[in-house]
Every structure is written in C-alpha cells, then in structure tokens.
Design a binder for this molecule. Sequence first.
Ligand code: FMN
Length: 325
Amino acid sequence: MRIGEMETDAFAALAPMAGVADNTFRALCRRWGAAYTVTELISAKAVTLGDRKSHELLSVTDGERPVGIQLFGSDPATVAAAARAALAHRPAFLDINMGCPAPKVAASGGGALLMKEPARAAEIVRATVAAVDCPVTVKMRTGWDADSINAVELAKRCEDAGAAAVTLHARTRAQMYAPPADWRMIAAVKRAVSIPVIGNGDIIDAASAARMYEETDCDFVMVGRAAMGAPWIFAQINALIGEGRILPDPPVSRRMLILYEQAKDTVAAKGERVAMQEMRKHAAWYMRGLRGAAGFRRRCGELSAVDDLEALIADVCKENGENGV
Ligand SMILES: Cc1cc2nc3c(=O)[nH]c(=O)nc-3n(C[C@H](O)[C@H](O)[C@H](O)COP(=O)(O)O)c2cc1C
C-alpha cells in the first residue's frame, strides 16, 4: 500500500491525537508495527506567526517516520505557508484537519467547520498542493450533523483539488466521539474516489480492525483510542489481517515494561517533571483489565517521579502474579 512515496506492508496507522500521540508515543507505536503516524493537530496560523509551541509540535524524530504533519486552518494561503514551513521536518505527507470538533479549532474556521464549506476546503487543498512537493492528505468526518452528511462530496472535491488520500472518521461533528461510527460511509467514500481511503472510528481490537478492512475495502485502518496504553495493537492487527494469526495481549510484566519504556523515553524528551505529569493518564490506560486496576489507576494520578512508577509497576506485577521490571 502506498501514499505518495510511502510504501508499507502494515495495515494500521496511528491516529493523530492531541495531548496523547506525542513524539515518544508515535515512535513506540511505529516499533509495534504502525504503518505510519500523524502529529497532533497544529495551527497553521500559529506556525506562520512563529509561535514557539507550534514549532515544537512540528518537530519529528526519525523513529516515528513515516509521519504526516497535521495542520488546521481556514485560510488557503496561511495553510499553504505553514505547510511550506513544515517541509523543513521532512514529513512523508501533510494532512489537513477537517474533522476536529473542538470549539477552539472551529473558532479559527478550520477543523470540522470546513465540512460546511466544501468550496473553501477544496481551495485549501489546492493551495497547499501547489505550495509543497510532498503529498497532501485530508482527514474529515462524515458531515457536520445528521442533516448534512457530505463526506462523499467533500472527498471527491479534495481528490479533484489534488489530495493524495482521505481519512474518514466515520462520525458527524455533532456526534463528537460517542455514538457508533458508520463504517458504511467509509465504503461509500472508497467507491467514490480513486485515491487511498483510510478508515477510522471504533476500532477496539484486531478483530474489529479486520472487520473494518473487509467491510469497507479501505486501504488502511486508523486506530486512535484503542492504542492508548496498548501500542501492541498494531502487531495484533498486522498478524490478523496479514496472516490470519491471533496474537494475544502481552503478559502483564511485558505490558509494564512497555509502559516503563514509554515513561523513560518521555522523560528523556521532556524532563522528569513534565513527563511524569503527562504519563499519569498513559499509565492509567495501561492498567485496563488488570486485577486491582481501580486502586492502581488512583496511584497513576499521583505519579510525579520515575521512582513512583517503578514502585507502582512492582505492585502491579505482584498483584497480578508476575515479577516487576
Ligand atoms: C484525545 C484525542 C485527541 C485527538 N486529537 C486529534 C487531532 O489532533 N487531530 C485529528 O485529526 N483527530 C484527533 N482526534 C480524533 C482521532 O484521530 C480519531 O479520529 C478518533 O478518536 C476516532 O478514532 P478511534 O475510535 O480509533 O479513537 C483525537 C481523538 C482523541 C480521543
């Protein structure tokens, strides 16, 4: 499968997730077999204004490649200019966000609001394609709300404007993240365009990923929340779709080792104080399904040093019948 020059045998990409899928987590998911990764969404306007935080978000490390840099914005010239600036980080592609429901993003006229303005959305794609020499992709929802489902129309317009692939999070903006995703829309978009289509929404395990892949004929599946605290899901999806093989979850001690590895890498990237604050939520996700999970999750919320995490991991392994790291 390929998007532009990017070629891979893997089936599942890591979804962009602001505040979750940072450089460290993206690299971890690549090591577990993610086909590619996408940065957290970044304001095109802030990039063009030289905002320090936004420029930090643009940075990518080699371990997370192939990686797409995701921008949001509503002004074609601004998105194109930010895309040009992003090229310094050598992304495999540039992705334009047309799905984010957050008020802060919608207030900029970007994100899911572009679903209401297909002509402007296409203009943004056209201007960006003209500005850069790498593929430009789009991530969208099925529509603004149930009365304005227009992903097929928008995907066709984006293809005409030069988009190299379309990712569909199969929910409307009004649905946010809750009601079941409508995978039939992924199949409909796939039938309507000839560029690769990436299906997204409600993959909870390898079996559901394989089901989406078959039912929709999408080129890649994209996994968001199910990868939190479970980066091995990519190996499980690759084994199931590629070889029909079911890979069990790693044993608890291995899972704790993976959590520890993520924490150490995050500390190296951001320093212990910031890293351990950010690791609180990640650590809690790793506790899913464990004996004593409720109590361990509470302790995750109090982590402030690597030492705390080591003690927690030792107790998790003891409670779950295995040795610590
Ligand atoms: C915490 C969080 C942050 C997200 N941030 C982004 C983002 O920056 N850009 C984007 O396109 N989608 C973002 N999303 C949406 C996901 O990429 C994905 O479309 C959505 O979660 C549905 O997939 P899932 O059911 O596999 O989680 C975010 C989702 C979550 C839960």
